[in-house]
Ligand binder design. Structure first.
Ligand code: HEC
Ligand code: HEC
Length: 223
């Protein structure tokens, strides 16, 4: 318990914001792939220091990015990649907080400049297709059931009430954070984004993908 509260304290002690002339600080690319990696080996998965950002402009909502870069709260509850931080807990495995480092924090001007650069990094049209989510919001209820029960997404992701697994990014505010077409495309075929990612391709029917997307879009207040 003491260890956990220390970690929480650690997380709120954020790095001082740096001022940049504009664009992305070169340090970002030391942890993030800003162009599509040619190395698709398992080794890259193991040594990667942060999630890929080469399709950031088709993934994130710009407003969310600017806000998060100034106040980067953890998205992956067990750090990145999660299998390096997990330790055995009394009931189930827990992330080892000492292995989770706080994200660099940017000031407002730097966050806005970084957002502008990141939003230029568009996915190819066959990866995130415009209109992949058909916008049918009424599927959200069934999608929630799919997420929590039928399709087992909750084993790896936290849904609306913050309950769920720790090995995938939290989706409690997915609607605020992520673009709907990205959610649909990633849910349909995660391996197409990342050949070694440990999210299974579940071969879902489009109807299911639409409902799951409608559910996730409804979380966190879609801008
Ligand atoms: C020391 C390594 C490191 C550096 C340097 C770094 N990041 Fe990150 N970044 C991470 C990690 C690890 C995560 C995942 C955090 C989480 O999920 O809680 C992350 C997450 C992100 C995310 C969210 C990505 C997603 O898929 O959820 C964005 C956006 C981001 N970083 C932008 C930046 C920018 C812009 C810079 C440069 C100013 C930067 N990062 C510098 C390690 C780093
Ligand atoms: C075995 C664990 C696992 C299961 C089950 C799983 N996911 Fe994932 N999911 C992941 C991982 C791991 C990632 C990518 C982490 C990263 O950023 O590198 C991911 C990423 C995502 C993303 C992109 C989010 C982001 O911030 O990058 C969405 C959307 C998503 N999953 C939806 C779903 C849905 C919907 C289901 C159920 C049909 C599901 N997932 C089932 C592990 C899982």
């Amino acid at each position: 318990m003491k260890r956990l509260s220390l970690a929480v304290a650690g997380l709120v002690v954020l790095f001082a914001g740096k001022a940049f002339a504009g664009g992305l600080d070169p340090s970002c690319s030391s942890c993030h792939a800003l162009t599509k990696p040619t190395d698709t080996s398992l080794d890259r998965l193991w040594t990667r220091k942060g999630p890929d950002l080469w399709y950031a402009g088709s993934k994130f909502n710009a407003d969310w990015l600017t806000a998060w870069l100034q106040n980067p709260k953890p998205i992956r509850p067990a750090g990145y990649p999660y299998f390096k931080t997990i330790m055995t807990g009394p009931d189930h495995d827990l992330p080892d907080p000492s292995k989770i480092t706080p994200h660099p924090k940017l000031d407002k001007a730097a966050a806005e400049a970084a957002t502008a650069e990141l939003m230029k990094l568009k996915a190819p049209a066959d990866l995130v297709t415009a209109g992949a989510f058909k916008g049918e919001k009424s599927g959200a209820r069934m999608g929630g059931l799919s997420f929590k029960k039928l399709r087992g997404c909750i084993a790896c992701h936290q849904g609306e009430d913050g309950k769920g697994g720790l090995s995938g990014p939290e989706l409690t505010d997915a609607g605020a954070r992520l673009q709907p077409d990205f959610i649909a495309a990633y849910t349909a075929d995660p391996q197409k984004f990342d050949p070694h990612i440990w999210m299974p391709t579940l071969s879902l029917k489009d109807k299911d993908i639409q409902r799951l997307t409608a559910y996730l879009v409804s979380l966190g207040g879609h801008p």
